[in-house]
Ligand binder design. Structure first.
Ligand code: SF4
Length: 323
């Protein structure tokens, strides 16, 4: 199986406080030892509550942020060892679509300029070729080529996100991180943009890392899911299996916390996530989920569970469910 991105024990720590602000400096372990392979042409979703480190992990994978330790490789090339020139050459293949189409497009640039910029910076060709390619890109995302002359404010949110996607596709990427790319859109527009992403994936043989807090989107769109809690992957598995029978208590509670579409189910007694998320600056000993876990036993308070293999899935828990 082709692996597009692989991380090994990847960490990203931030130092906060200290200096002239006073107080001791502390370390936030935003990403804390992630080992993961993303396979060619799959959609891998990364889920978890805000602050779990999923956005940081996506950025470290693309080296938009430097890792603190560990490695990330793109098709066998260790990105962490590359100098800036070599990394820039690979950037064509590694792209990101941001959450907010309003903030990520320069309001003073025409769409033609927005799309020409990445093409020019990778030496795409003559001005005429760049213009033609930009028009093609617009058509690929379902917009008319005449829109090259327009400014971002003249488009709807969904159209702007299409332009953001066109920009990410400019240089023929292989791996695309979609960081909450449809979260800011209305549900009906969301569905259209998701369909577009799925079509583009087929056409262009793309591999996606889908970062989202929206489990309904994950269920519909992802092949595999990684569940993150406080900087670590606690469960990885195929989407259907993970939803049908979660192994990690956190996965189960995360899914139970989603409002159900069926009104008869609403308000029924069901466990939801309770308790404070421990501070990533002050992690509890043992399993970092034990302060919120309804199944915690003594060993959970002292021993950090390692990620273990279970029938093609991985889970970090001393007492996996549905086992
Ligand atoms: Fe809960 Fe223990 Fe599993 Fe952690 S290791 S998730 S505390 S049962």
């Amino acid at each position: 199986e082709d692996v597009v991105i692989s991380t090994r024990d990847l960490t990203r720590h931030f130092r906060v406080g200290g200096g002239f602000l006073g107080g001791p400096a502390r370390v936030v372990r935003a990403v804390d030892g992630v080992t993961l392979d993303i396979r060619a042409r799959e959609t891998f979703a990364l889920v978890g509550e805000s602050g779990c480190g999923k956005t940081t992990l996506g950025r470290v994978m693309l080296r938009l942020q430097e890792p603190t330790s560990g490695t990330v490789a793109y098709r066998g090339t260790d990105l962490t060892g590359l100098d800036e020139g070599a990394m820039n050459a690979l950037r064509k293949k590694l792209q990101i679509v941001f959450q907010d189409p309003y903030a990520s497009l320069n309001p003073r640039m025409r769409v033609g300029e927005i799309l020409a910029e990445p093409l020019r910076s990778h030496g795409f060709g003559s001005s005429a070729e760049i213009r033609e390619r930009s028009a093609e890109l617009l058509e690929m995302v379902g917009l008319r080529r005449q829109y090259l002359r327009n400014y971002p404010h003249q488009f709807s949110g969904g159209q702007r996100q299409r332009i953001g996607i066109a920009r990410a596709l400019a240089n023929g990427p292989d791996f695309v991180v979609c960081d909450e790319s449809v979260s800011a859109l209305d549900v009906s527009i969301q569905a259209q943009v998701l369909n577009l992403l799925a079509d583009l994936q087929d056409q262009l043989k793309l591999t996606y890392l889908f970062i989202t807090h929206d489990l309904a989107v994950v269920r519909q769109f992802a092949d595999r899911v990684g569940v993150m809690f406080l900087g670590q992957l606690v469960e990885v598995g195929r989407t259907e299996e993970l939803f049908a029978a979660p192994l990690h208590p956190y996965t189960m509670l995360l899914m139970e916390a989603v409002p159900r579409p069926d009104p008869h189910q609403r308000g029924r007694d069901r466990p939801i996530l309770t308790g404070e998320i421990p501070s990533p600056m002050n992690l509890p000993p043992g399993c970092r989920f034990h302060t919120r876990c309804p199944f915690a036993r003594d060993i959970c308070r002292v021993e950090d569970p390692a990620l273990q293999e279970r029938g093609g899935r991985t889970v970090a828990c001393h007492f996996p469910l549905n086992g």
